[in-house]
Design a protein around this ligand. Structure first.
Ligand code: NAD
Length: 391
């Protein structure tokens, strides 16, 4: 049930869409589904896909438009609409793609009318149609009261503080904690990148302490306003906010982070130093990562000398927007010294690594899939991830 109560109580995803998926009647019939509440149970027991969950996207920018497209690829959820503040090119493209567009506020409506971009209403209307909203608005936009009032579950992004939801999510690390949750935050691109590689290391080899030096992209490729464009900017706060943010998912991890911003837009790069608890070889480290989701190995020996070649790989993979959902780790940049001191480099495609995490968070919160591994596999299959994992 959603956070607001009664409306969501009738939101039985188990009301099976016969036209869409069923050749055979659901064992126990539709009433049985209603008696169970969420359809997920019916799905698990019958193997029959349930009606798609209705997902709204509030904020259709860098992250929102990617999450919308990823949700649209899933057979257990659908995009019921996207909402925007301004009638810019992204709003027009959303309509051209076939998404139902909503103005975020009543005040914004006349701007859309003036621009000749048709909207279906305002965010409040969209929320009435939704089971869950993915909030991809800038940090502290303050929509939680609106979601609570509408009785919808919500996912926020890494610009928000952990305290907004008290539940930060990474599919590989804590899927089960988000089962049935009303409000979840997917941490930032950098934090997600660190968790992807540190969680399997801790699980398989044990981590005593971590120091991650993070070389951050200045801004995103589509943003011409921010910088620096010819300087290196240290983040003077120590640790940088990334370390505590990793601990919002892995509370026991002893991690310190240092960050600098550099004039690039394509990726972040992390240089990571890990003191392991147990002795390991670099082969064992690589093996731990091969068993983990959403890590992709690249090799300097094959000409991958920088983030430029990693993005070239992403373009060659032919995915939408040349996105790289995986964290790229230089296989020949992994070094273990004295048995327990590990060093490695990884690169993070900031615009897309959080996208599969959003999809899995939706599945967990709406209990469309109770097994995190199955959700991860499904998301990866639909997004084309994992084909070359471990190469
Ligand atoms: P963006 O600026 O690209 O898109 C924001 C969207 O929200 C736009 O559609 C804009 O029209 C809308 N918007 C702007 N102000 C608004 C307001 N006051 N109320 C409602 N809507 C408003 O932003 P983004 O980069 O997609 O970031 C969204 C969230 O994702 C932030 O929390 C950010 O920290 C996080 N995030 C960003 C990246 C990244 O690299 N861009 C990576 C991971 C997480």
């Amino acid at each position: 049930m959603g956070p607001g109560g009664p409306r969501r109580a009738s939101g039985c995803y188990g009301q099976i869409t016969i036209t869409r998926t069923l050749a055979e009647p659901l064992p126990g019939g539709l009433d049985a589904c209603a008696a169970k509440g969420f359809m997920a149970d019916a799905e698990f027991q019958s193997g029959v896909p349930a009606m798609a969950a209705k997902v709204a996207i509030n904020g259709y920018g860098t992250i929102g438009k990617r999450v919308a497209d990823a949700v649209a690829l899933q057979d257990d959820m659908e995009v019921v609409g996207v909402s925007k503040m301004s009638p810019n090119f992204e709003a027009r493209l959303a309509v051209e793609k076939g998404y139902a567009l909503y103005a975020t506020t009543k005040d914004a409506l006349p701007k859309f009318e003036k621009a000749g971009i048709k909207v279906h209403g305002v965010l409040e209307d969209l929320l009435k149609e939704s089971d869950l909203v993915v909030d991809a608005t800038p940090e502290e936009s303050g929509f939680r009261p609106a979601y609570e009032k509408a009785g919808v579950k919500a996912i926020w992004q890494g610009g928000e503080e952990h305290s907004l939801t008290n539940l930060s999510f990474n599919a590989g690390a804590n899927y089960a904690e988000a089962l049935g949750a009303d409000f979840v935050r997917v941490p930032s691109c950098n934090t997600t990148g660190l968790i992807r590689t540190l969680y399997p290391l801790d699980a398989h080899l044990g981590i005593d302490r971590v120091l991650a030096v993070m070389v951050r992209r200045a801004t995103d490729p589509g943003d011409s306003k921010k910088g620096p464009i010819n300087a290196i900017e240290p983040e003077l706060e120590m640790p940088s906010h990334h370390g505590p943010d990793v601990q919002s998912v892995l509370p026991k991890l002893n991690i310190h982070t240092i960050a600098v911003k550099v004039p690039t837009t394509i990726m972040h790069l992390h240089a990571v130093s890990v003191q392991l608890k147990r002795k390991a070889t670099s082969a064992q480290v690589l093996d731990a990562w091969r068993r983990a989701p959403r890590i992709k190995f690249v090799k300097g020996a094959e000409g991958v000398k920088s983030t430029a070649q990693i993005m070239e790989i992403a373009r060659d993979l032919g995915r939408p927007r040349s996105d790289l959902y995986e964290i790229a780790v230089w296989e020949d940049g992994v070094h273990v010294v004295d048995g327990t001191q590990l060093y490695y480099f990884q690169a993070v495609h900031q615009e897309s690594d959080v996208v599969p995490e959003n999809v899995d968070a939706i599945r967990a919160m709406l209990e469309l899939e109770k097994d995190g591994r199955k959700s991860i596999e499904k998301t990866e299959r639909t997004l084309g991830i994992g084909g070359s994992r471990g190469h």
